[in-house]
Design a protein around this ligand. Structure first.
Ligand code: FES
Ligand SMILES: [Fe+2]
Length: 339
């Protein structure tokens, strides 16, 4: 059984990777797209193929002011996907006047990334993204980045966070972690608690003194996860997933650290980051080769898998269902653009 692409906000790129005037082809949500930044700084994500004769705007399209010009015959489109100039004609074709010819995705920049809202029926955003407070603070470092492309779907990779038993058998955890999960509309928080030896400021481990170690994961919709670590591990991780197709995805990890921590905490934190990145390689072959069991045979030692699936199911479009808007997008959104 193949799961459809869930709706939500998905990170398409890091903000720093797109300067004014930049144009890039992209393929996500099973669709060819163009990503560009206008001269005034507005990031835009649009369907790629020109309504004229079908050229891909991401391959040779040029930004001129707040428009993108097609590489084939230079028709110009604004950031709403409306044709605003045909340079060699006396008028814009009637059918295109004042109309969107190319779907332009809702876009915003948050947490140093560019996010596009995907909905299979192109409905406007049904919830908003959360800001990560630490990233607004200049005392936190630039991102340390990692990414993978994986043959899986995002419900499956997300389920990893509540699949308690696999931490022992895939990731060599010493014991089954305890997990507390709380669900609130499009948000989900999992607090995973294990016991570890106490660590002092100098990095000495005391195996006679065990203390709680927390890994708190906060999900905001299907595409954004923030992970916070406790004890000596002074990092915050923004994890993002974006569907390329319904069965292939891109996973990105971005770590930031406070710039004023001790050398020892830096070493420990870097070790933790390296370990998290290393552990993903053990998940990938399982994700890529498993099947999706719609009605799995579960036991009482498993984590809250059914609860997670029920929460996740809210992101699958049901054309007839009543839609509850958690946070009105327009009230809270920072639209694309840089200061
Ligand atoms: S194909 Fe784009 S202007 Fe002709
Ligand atoms: Fe895992």
């Amino acid at each position: 059984m193949e799961l459809p692409i869930p709706f939500g906000w998905y990170a398409v790129a890091y903000s720093d990777d797109l300067s004014p005037g930049d144009v890039q082809p992209m393929y996500y949500f099973d669709e060819h797209m163009v990503l560009f930044r206008t001269d005034s700084g507005k990031a835009t994500v649009m369907q790629a193929h020109c309504p004229h004769l079908g050229a891909h705007l991401g391959h040779g399209g040029k930004v001129t002011g707040d428009r993108i010009a097609c590489p084939f015959h230079a028709w110009e489109f604004n950031t709403q996907g409306e044709c605003v100039n045909v340079p060699y004609a006396t008028s814009i074709p009637k059918q295109a006047q004042g109309k969107q010819c190319l779907y332009s995705y809702p876009v915003q920049e948050r947490n140093r990334m560019i996010w596009a809202w995907y909905h299979p029926r192109q409905l406007p955003p049904l919830f908003d993204l959360d800001d990560i407070a630490e990233l607004q603070n200049p005392g936190w470092s630039d991102y340390d980045l990692y990414e993978w492309e994986i043959n899986s779907c995002i419900q499956e990779t997300g389920e990893n966070g509540v699949d308690i038993a696999h931490f022992v058998y895939v990731h060599s955890a010493r014991e089954m972690p305890k997990a507390k999960i709380s669900l609130d509309k499009h948000r989900r928080e999992t607090d995973m608690i294990t016991r570890g030896p106490a660590i002092d400021e100098l990095g000495n481990l005391d195996f006679d003194k065990l203390e709680d170690s927390h890994l708190t994961s906060k999900n905001c919709g299907p595409g954004m996860t923030t992970q916070v670590f406790s004890r000596a591990f002074k990092t915050i991780m923004l994890g993002t997933v974006i569907p390329i197709t319904s069965s292939r995805l891109k996973l990105r990890f971005a770590f930031s650290k406070p710039t004023d921590i001790s050398d020892m905490f830096n070493i420990l934190t870097d070790g933790m980051i390296a370990e998290i990145v290393r552990q993903v390689q053990y998940d990938i072959p399982i994700w890529e080769n498993k099947v999706y069991r719609e009605s799995p045979l579960l036991c009482n030692g498993d984590g809250p898998i059914a609860k997670y699936r029920q929460w996740f199911s809210q992101f699958y479009d049901e054309p007839d269902a009543d839609i509850i808007r958690s946070v009105p997008f327009s009230d809270n959104v920072k639209t694309a653009g840089r200061e």
